[in-house]
Design a protein. Structure first.
Length: 108
């Protein structure tokens, strides 16, 4: 399925070392108009080529909100839209298998 088109959305959460390295591998696979979602607190920086990012009309969404209200809103959203969101996930790989995941996403 991914061999014929680029990824529509990428989500990067702060799950320890490797999140930024994983982003560097997957961001080039994000299709024009795709959405990059970053959440949590990351300990590493990432250099983003804004010119290319903007020319490809990609979107960046970031979130860091640990309030009780925000958590309740997330739970409500997942309760009402969770089934739709699950259809967007085609594969799950741990960060230490990022190279394998990139190969899979490229359809090789």
């Amino acid at each position: 399925m991914l061999a014929l088109r680029k990824i529509q959305a990428i989500t990067v959460r702060s799950v320890g070392a490797g999140a930024v390295a994983s982003l560097a591998q997957f961001l080039p696979l994000l299709r024009p108009g795709g959405i990059l979602v970053v959440s949590g607190i990351h300990t590493e920086s990432y250099g983003l080529d804004l010119t290319r990012f903007l020319r490809e009309k990609k979107q960046l969404r970031a979130a860091h909100d640990t309030t009780v209200r925000a958590f309740a809103e997330v739970l409500r959203f997942l309760d009402t839209k969770g089934a739709v969101l699950l259809r967007l996930i085609t594969h799950r790989k741990p960060l230490d298998h990022a190279e394998e995941a990139v190969t899979l996403a490229r359809g090789k």
